[in-house]
Design a protein around this ligand. Structure first.
Ligand SMILES: [Zn+2]
Length: 255
């Protein structure tokens, strides 16, 4: 999942204007590419745009958990052929956001149950604070700089066009920030175990309708302060606090 997200972010950053338009309105973006490049439409970027559009709808619950996702219907709606829709859905399946059933086709993944939510947070509390401590011990000025950039991504960037895309972008940037810390901690087993859970996507999808962003940013800032000071115990404490607070903010979704 994270590899895809990283790729998406990089490809947006390194591409021209028409690419940055993708993700706002797939139909518009594809039209822009066609207008701008004539016959040189790159299929990969169409897949990216279709993926982004469906991703936003899943994250915002505009497509509700369990809803069917017929390929032909989506292709018509997004004004593209069925091939990019099929590829985008396969990518979303790897990200854990859609499921594919034999003879039935794709549907939106079910929402987390309360038990799955509890398990996920217990797991995060077991491994992420310790990973933050380890990351702090491994930090170099260059790695810290990368982490600062990753944190800044959550606050800056061009103004998204609507609430859905702002929200799904925030979810992605948060995933990126936590992933960056796990990479620096340099325990591939832990990193892979967390990545496989698609933690951020499921969690952000769970609570689209509640407050998130400001509090999380402040908690990240505390974590960064600990990293800047090279204080491994403070980094452990700040990560523990961030995850526990995140859990408490989200638990409301089950009440
Ligand atoms: Zn976070």
């Amino acid at each position: 999942m994270i590899l895809h997200l990283t790729f998406d972010i990089l490809s947006v950053l390194t591409s021209g204007l028409s690419r940055t338009l993708i993700g706002r309105r797939t139909g518009v973006a594809v039209a822009t590419e066609r207008a701008g490049r004539g016959s040189l439409v790159r299929p990969a970027s169409i897949v990216d745009g279709v993926h982004e559009r469906i991703y936003e709808r899943l994250m915002s619950l505009e497509i509700p958990p369990g809803a069917r996702l017929p390929i032909d219907g989506l292709a018509r709606e997004l004004d593209v052929s069925q091939t990019p829709v099929r590829e985008a859905l396969a990518r979303l399946e790897r990200e854990g956001l859609v499921r594919k059933a034999h003879l039935i086709g794709y549907s939106a993944a079910p929402q987390l149950t309360h038990k799955q939510f509890d398990d996920l947070y217990k797991f995060r509390l077991m491994v992420e604070p310790e990973s933050a401590r380890q990351a702090c011990l491994n930090l170099t000025p260059e790695l810290l700089h990368r982490l600062e950039l990753s944190a800044a991504d959550m606050e800056k960037g061009e103004q998204p066009v609507d609430r859905n895309s702002r929200y799904s972008r925030f979810a992605r940037a948060d995933a990126q920030f936590h992933e960056e810390i796990l990479k620096i901690a340099d325990n591939e087993t832990v990193r892979q175990a967390l990545t496989d859970q698609h933690v951020h996507l499921h969690i952000f999808r769970l609570m689209f309708h509640s407050r998130v962003t400001q509090e999380a940013l402040e908690e990240h800032e505390r974590l960064l302060e600990a990293f800047r000071a090279g204080d491994a115990d403070a980094a452990h404490a700040a990560m523990h606090d961030h995850i526990a607070r995140s859990r408490d903010r989200l638990a409301a979704a089950f009440e």
